[in-house]
Each structure stands twice: as C-alpha cells, then as structure tokens.
Design a protein around this ligand. Structure first.
Ligand code: ADP
Ligand code: MG
Length: 352
C-alpha cells in the first residue's frame, strides 16, 4: 500500500507539473482508481473529460470482474475451477490474442503459467518457494496448446475447455487490454489529449496542453520505493509505453529475492539479467495489449534474445531495457524520445 501511495503522489506531481500551462478554456479532469490490484490515474482534457474519466472507471471495474483470478465469480475463475465454461466472446478474443503472443515469443509469454504462480503464492500474496518436484509436476500442464475452443453459442458466448491441471492468468496482459478499452472510450468522447496510467501501462493521447510531449518516467529498478527515481524519461505523444520489472512484486526468503515474472520453461522467476523492460508503440488501438504481453515476454528473455526479437520486426515496437549491471539499452527508433537522467549511475547505449 505504501508503494501505491508513493506512486500516486509521484504521478500527481508529474501531472501537476504539466498542468501549469493549461489553456483556461480547456476543461480537465483527473481521477484515481484502484482496480486490478493497481493504482490507476485517468487524466482527460476537453469538454467531455469528466464523463470520459468516469466511463473509463466503470470499464476497468467491468474488466476486473471478468478477468480476476481471485474473485470466484469472475469468468476466468469459473473457467479455472470448472475446467470448462461458457465465456463472453470478448474474453475468448483476449485469450486467443494471448495464445498468439505465446506462439510469437516461443512461450516466454504464457497465460497458462497460472498454476505455477499459485505455487509461488503470487496469486494470493501468501508467498513460498515451491519444491523442484512440485514445479516439475505443474509444468506439463503449462502451454497454450492446453486451451481449446469447443464452439460458439447462440448467446454470443464461447465454450472453452482447459486440459486437466491447466489454469489461466491474464495478469500480464489485462492492464494493457484495459488501456486499449479506456483509449476506445476516450475516443468515443472525443478527448483531444490525456494521459492514462494503469500502473506500469501508460497511454499518452495527443500532446500536453503546452504543446510538449507527455513525460513518462521509467522507474529506476534499483530504487523502486522512490517514485521520482528514474532510469530514463520518455517523451511521448500518441504512444503506449508499458514496463515490466522484477521490482514490481517480489518476496524474500533466506536472503534470496523471488519476483513475479516466471519463465514458463523452468517455473522459476526469470533470471535474464534484466531488471525492467519497457515496450513503446504508437497509439494505435490494440497496441496496449501488445505492449503488455511483450514487456512480460521480453523480460523473460535475455538481452540479446530480446533485441533479436525486436530486430525480427514481427511487431512494430521500440524498447528500453534496464540491466542488472547498470545499463539502459535503447533501440534506435526511440533516440529522440528518450531523455537521460544525470547522476542516476546508469550508462546509456543505443542499439540498432
Ligand atoms: P505487472 O502486472 O506487474 O505490471 P506484467 O505485465 O509483467 O507486470 O505481468 C506480470 C504478471 O503476469 C504476474 O504477476 C503474473 O500474474 C503473470 N505472469 C508471470 N509470468 C508470466 C509469463 N511468463 N507469461 C504470462 N504471464 C505471466
Ligand atoms: Mg505485461
């Protein structure tokens, strides 16, 4: 909670820094929402800003009720507990998208890692280190091939079946999807500019009222409790930026730190030499979901593998990697958008 408060404070400060130059004719509304286990801030400009923000709030509550793993009533929880369920076509669409990202990332991103997350206690916050034998028993049920669609129904639901032992967790993609949905709502309300923050998922709409790009800090993973400590700052206009990092959720046992991004190949927290991965794309709708899936997937990969994936051009995105050994690695499409931070101890590299 302390972390969430510090985050909110920093976000408010960064927003207010940009508010000093608001066109007085332009209405602005900023609301905070806690949903999907995340501190969110929706800032909208224009005459419909208030309506848009509250519609966005309703939407994230709706998605939370659909996607939650811990709310027994959610469609995801029902599917997990029953092994088969009729789910909304919308949810099936998101699961199919997630399966496509699994395939594209060689399984580094995999929503069926859910039973492993449960074994580590990341689902319930009751953390523990599972035994090797326990993990080995769970891994055969991990893999997108264990999810099947049995057919579409007349009531616009889809019947989905999971293999025995398989469960799904949309935690690595849900906030990105939510940011796409909020973007759609802001578009409906013709919001000319704004900033949507769902924890580490950010969407900058238009530019700031003063004509400058929105400034979005990439948290310094070495100093996670200081919300004003940045590894770098991105200057974004009509763009998504999503960060996954090992500092976002972890526990310690016997002097060792275990974080929440799991390598589906081993069942252990990814040990890739990276401390955070930020994926940046243009503001095209759907890219919020893409960025969220890729930030998790590339965190699992090692630096060179992540850069090779970027070079493969399967998807159109840019990257900022922060490494354990104190480097900030930036892909060359982001050179103009990235501001270095003096005195934070990092060295900066641009790669092509
Ligand atoms: P956050 O949700 O902290 O912003 P991510 O988007 O990287 O960060 O999602 C991490 C969450 O995704 C974990 O808490 C867990 O629920 C789930 N997860 C962990 N490892 C994987 C993985 N390899 N593939 C898909 N989901 C994962
Ligand atoms: Mg993610």
């Amino acid at each position: 909670m302390k972390k969430i408060c510090a985050l909110l404070m920093a976000l408010l400060l960064s927003l207010s820094a940009g508010c000093g130059t608001i066109d007085p004719d332009e209405a602005q509304e900023s609301i905070q929402v806690i949903a999907m286990d995340t501190a969110m801030i929706f800032t909208a400009y224009g005459v419909n800003s208030t309506k848009a923000d509250y519609a966005a709030e309703e939407e994230v509550y709706r998605l939370e009720a659909m996607l939650s793993r811990t709310d027994e009533e959610s469609q995801v929880a029902r599917l997990n507990s029953q092994g088969t369920a009729d789910i909304d076509a919308e949810l099936w669409g998101l699961i199919e998208t997630a399966m496509a990202y699994s395939e594209a990332t060689g399984g580094a991103f995999d929503i069926t890692v859910a039973p492993v997350l449960l074994a580590w206690g990341f689902t319930t916050d009751e953390y523990q280190v599972p035994s090797q034998a326990e993990l080995e028993a769970l891994l055969p049920a991990v893999g997108a091939e264990h999810i099947r669609c049995l057919g579409e129904n007349a009531d616009a639901t889809v019947t989905v079946e999971l293999d025995p032992g398989t469960q799904i967790d949309l935690g690595a993609i849900g906030k990105g999807y939510a940011s796409d949905r909020v973007a759609a709502i802001f578009e409906e309300y013709e919001i000319p500019r704004g900033l949507i923050r769902l924890g580490g998922s950010v969407l900058a709409i238009g530019d700031r009222p003063d004509g400058e790009a929105w400034r979005v800090g990439i948290q310094d993973p070495r100093d996670p409790d200081n919300a004003e400590a940045f590894a770098a700052v991105l200057n974004l206009t009509d763009a998504y930026a999503v960060t996954s990092g090992s500092y976002q959720r972890y526990f310690e046992q016997d002097g060792k730190r275990y974080h929440h991004i799991i390598d589906p190949a081993t069942g252990y927290p990814a040990d890739s030499g990276l401390t955070s991965v930020t994926v940046v794309t243009d503001g095209t709708q759907g890219n919020g979901t893409l960025c969220d899936a890729l930030s998790t997937a590339l965190f699992v990969m090692e630096e060179e593998q992540a850069l090779d994936f970027w070079r493969s051009d399967v998807y159109d995105f840019q990257l900022v990697l922060v490494t354990e050994d104190g480097r900030v690695v930036v892909t060359d499409g982001l050179t103009d958008e990235l501001t270095k931070v003096e005195g934070n101890g990092y060295t900066y590299e641009t790669v092509s």
